[in-house]
Design a protein. Structure first.
Length: 252
């Protein structure tokens, strides 16, 4: 896999959008990636709509070096569309019985595997199983970069941890520098325009009762480049005689 994957979450569930349930996946995955020195490139929460699921998976697959963590919709109820949608978006559109998945479901449920739960063994071409640590019901991956898991956090989150250990065995250091200045962010726009491509920066303005403040954060996997970029802000603030304070931050 490419050394710089683009990570995405796809959280499927009308019950989240209508607030019958609260999403727990975004927070978990973003923190798990941060521990490895990476971040999400995007996160999508969508309803149980087959056309929307297909188009969202296709969009994510079109991005540079995508890795997808998809949650929900792989069960056996009529509104579980993800298996079929993954097949349409990434393969030939067909589902077929995965022999190992079928055996797992039959061994786990016996006669109760029929007529409905056994449908979970119908998977896209080339699917590889992901171990479910809770009830052994199979989740699956495609092309070792698209991972389709249950919507239940207690099942899917351990899967994510196992996947990340394989994809990113060693943490990639991320060097970050942050300051807060007593000014509007437009005082620093010229510096922002000069930020190198390999530097991530953010500008977070906020209005207080005594005036504007802006928090500037600069980060890069390149330690020297991160410091050089940050110094550009410091030098500009010093030149303009704008008061600011530095923040102590450990490597992300």
């Amino acid at each position: 896999m490419h050394s710089s994957p683009s990570f995405f979450t796809l959280i499927i569930g009308t019950e989240i959008l209508n607030r019958r349930r609260t999403d727990k996946h975004f927070d978990f995955v973003s923190k798990a990636l941060m521990k490895k020195g990476h971040k999400l490139s995007g996160s999508f929460i969508i309803e149980d709509d087959p056309a929307l699921i297909v188009q969202t998976i296709k969009f994510i697959a079109s991005q540079p070096n995508p890795v997808l963590f998809s949650f929900g919709g792989i069960g056996s109820t009529p509104d579980d569309y993800t298996r079929k949608c993954a097949a349409i978006a990434l393969k030939d559109g067909n589902l077929s019985v995965h022999k190992e998945a079928k055996e797992i479901i039959e061994n786990k449920l016996g006669e109760n595997a029929y007529p409905h739960p056994i449908k979970m063994a119908e998977l896209p071409k080339g699917a590889k199983l992901l171990d479910n640590p809770v009830n052994k019901m199979p989740a699956f991956s495609l092309d070792e970069r698209f991972f389709f898991m249950p919507g239940f956090p207690e099942m899917s989150h351990p899967m994510v941890e196992v996947i990340l250990e394989k994809l990113i065995p060693n943490k990639k250091e991320y060097y970050r520098h942050t300051l807060t200045a007593l000014c509007k962010e437009n005082e620093l726009i010229e510096v922002m325009e000069k930020m190198p491509n390999d530097v991530e920066f953010s500008s977070l303005p906020k209005l207080y009762s005594d005036g504007w403040r802006v928090s500037i954060s600069v980060a890069s996997h390149n330690e020297k480049l991160a410091l050089q970029a940050f110094q550009m802000y410091v030098e500009t603030l010093d030149k303009k005689e704008i008061v600011y304070g530095l923040h102590d931050e450990n490597n992300d």
